[in-house]
Design a protein around this ligand. Structure first.
Ligand code: SIN
Ligand code: MN
Length: 278
């Protein structure tokens, strides 16, 4: 089987701390995800908000185990997992997934942060984790696309403090980093995927536009980076991979009968799915 990422792409990821893959998911696949998510009452019921420190509120739903539904078909598919495996140079396991529901007009901002700034406290010893940001809606400058500081993963872990109800990276340090590294707005079409390093600084603006900007982010940890203690996210749990074709199969089932109307969340395993400590 051919590898998901070329050596050049891996070198770019290591240099920049991120890699944008256009149309990793085709229109049909991403439309199945978009339609499922927007009509998903359970996802909506499990969403929660946090003040963004700028007068707005971010809304998201978060779950630890990928599950059998359409979200699991994405998080477990060969295309995503094999890319994560090349990036981590190790067996990836699912650390969690989340739907960022940046709604039209009211969607909140995310402060500059590193994901490892949140996860450090979970007993994770190294930043060898990767986040895979899947654009569900178009993600543009206007509706609050993700912004990154290219190469900032090389700064190591930056101290995080509470801003509003979010933890943000130390502002003085971020300002200095921004003087030396390039600040980039990552506009994305539905189906594009941004792979990014756990120490990459990223943020996004509030959404004042008429267009929603939902995104699903699947996060993977390396097996060798198994947390040394329990937290609200799982320790090493083998990931059962699915062929890429599973997305369309599961998606077709999803819309063929109400029976499959959503089974992503197992309440016994997801007791902590309403916390922002990612
Ligand atoms: C996140 O960092 O988890 C979300 C950022 C965003 O969607 O803007
Ligand atoms: Mn983040």
């Amino acid at each position: 089987m051919s590898l998901a990422l070329s050596d050049d792409q891996l070198a770019m990821y290591q240099r920049d701390g991120f890699l944008l893959q256009s149309q990793l998911f085709d229109i049909e696949e991403i439309e199945l995800l978009r339609r499922s998510a927007k009509a998903d009452k359970q996802l909506d019921d499990h969403s929660f908000g946090r003040g963004d420190g700028e007068g707005g509120t971010v809304r998201l739903a978060l779950w630890n185990h990928p599950g059998q539904g359409i979200y699991g078909a994405f998080a477990r598919c060969e295309r995503l997992v094999s890319a994560a495996e090349q990036i981590l140079r190790d067996e990836p396991y699912h650390y969690h997934s989340k739907m960022i529901m940046k709604d039209a007009r009211v969607g909140g901002a995310w402060a500059w942060h590193q994901d490892y700034g949140y996860w450090y406290g979970n007993g994770v010893l190294t930043p060898n984790l990767v986040s895979c940001f899947i654009a569900v809606d178009p993600s543009t400058h206007e509706n609050g696309c993700l912004q990154v500081i290219r190469g900032s993963h090389l700064c190591g872990r930056i101290h995080h403090k509470l801003t509003g109800e979010q933890a943000g990276a130390d502002a003085e340090r971020v300002a200095e980093v921004a003087k030396r590294f390039e600040h980039r707005y990552v506009e994305m079409a539905p189906g594009d995927v941004l792979f990014f390093h756990a120490n990459l600084l990223h943020r996004s603006d509030q959404n004042h536009s008429e267009h929603p900007r939902w995104s699903m982010i699947c996060c993977y940890n390396a097996k060798s980076n198994d947390p040394y203690k329990d937290s609200h996210h799982p320790r090493y749990t083998p990931l059962s991979r699915l062929p890429d074709s599973a997305i369309k199969e599961v998606g077709a089932q999803r819309f063929s009968s109400d029976e499959h109307a959503m089974a992503w969340l197992d309440p016994n395993r997801e007791a902590s799915a309403s916390r922002l400590e990612e």
